[in-house]
Ligand binder design. Sequence first.
Ligand SMILES: [Cu+2]
Length: 504
Amino acid sequence: MKTRSLGRALRTLGLFACAFALAGEILSAQAALPPIGVPLPKPPDVRTPLVLSAVNDPVSGRGAFSFEGREVPPVIRVSPGQKLRITYLNRMRASSGEVCVDGPCMNMSNLHFHGLHVSPESPQDDVISMMAMPGESLRYTVDIPLNQPSGLYWYHTHPHGESYQQDLDGMSGAIVVEGIERYVPELRGLKEQILILRDAELHQGDEASKRLTAAVDISQTTCGEATGDPGRIFTVNGAVRPKIAIAPGEKQFWRIVNASPDLYADLMIDSEDMITVALDGMPLGYHNPDRPTESAQHVLLAPAGRLEVIVTGSTSGAKASLRSLCVNTGPDGDPNPAMVIADLDPAGRQDAPTRSKHGAADSQKAVYRHLSSQAVKDLEKRDAAFVVNFTEDKNGFYINNKKYQPSDDPMVTVKTGSYVHWQVVNRTHEVHPFHIHQVHFLVYGNDGTSISNPKWMDTVNLEPGQSLDLIMDFMDPIIRGISVFHCHLLKHEDKGMMAKIRFE
Ligand SMILES: [Cu+2]
């Protein structure tokens, strides 16, 4: 379903009076153009404990994370077995200039630790009962298990009804669970680059938007079946089409998170194949030690997905870029055109390698988990224990014909200590990424046919009409309590495409 312009949304809600007060904020938001073509900005690293604040940008009024006095969300680095301690202060204004699905945003907020195999109960990864209104604070103490796969995760806010706007505003950051070198020792010698993909909004007819569209080389504004003008382009660590210094033939380790609330990235690099090391934080070697990497020409990253790859600087002398291919989001989807995300810069000045020192996790024993192909076959033969149906109409978005309400009882109860076959079915005319909190799943069946090279993920895209068979990893006994699964197009989640699950 199409994203309405802020102007139209305001009229629909009859907020003419507010519109005048907001005009100044909107104008300044449009005027603040992100930097274009600069060297890739590097977000600060932080170790637990930390204090993070939610604030409104004094100029634009947008929601933002403030850390140590700057509105740059840090990369949080933790080792398996550590406690992640965050004090989260909601210092946003009580009256918002932004519009959420049910009217003006209330600026309530909290944190979700996307992909971590941790408890959904307070004070850990609880997005249901932990909520801070403006002026309130939350204290998180999250036990990262010793067998947490080493890789790239992320944190973002998760207040139902306001998630989309806060994520679009950039209230997100990366989490690195250290120790991935244990699965791919070659990484010890490589420079690491963290790439956080967020959005810059485009406004029709606006000069700044024309500059942004041209900067990322959107030549064809529509692609696939979606109609209308694109509403966004990708930024990387806050910059549009930054330059990434990488010498010809040099190998680097790129860790990419798609933190956009609704843009897909079908990632490729012009000159060379990427060597995939991990997807959604899960090293390929975690389940398959004999095959810890694989070569890929392009990889689809749905909103919330992560990709960790070894990239080689172009040796041919030709210019090379990281780009997203056109993604067909379906006839009811939003335009998702091809664009350049960043340029590889062979002459760029490099700072000192960031991986010269290893985290304590590198000396920990590598953890592996094995699900035999026979066990997969046995689960495959059984009917799905639970089916998730995505539907939508003009009134909202549904799972199994139910629109989410915070007061809902769990839609499904599962026993921990088992692998379970679930099916997810998209009965709409647009794409939806399925995500469940606390666990990963193996995507092994597509429209009833086995996938030859199945992958463990925590967020998977469904095309219109598609059905996927998943093996849910409910093995971990520490995951007990009530959690959620939902569509990770966050406007859909805000409008009801979410449900609760009880882990017993
Ligand atoms: Cu959706």
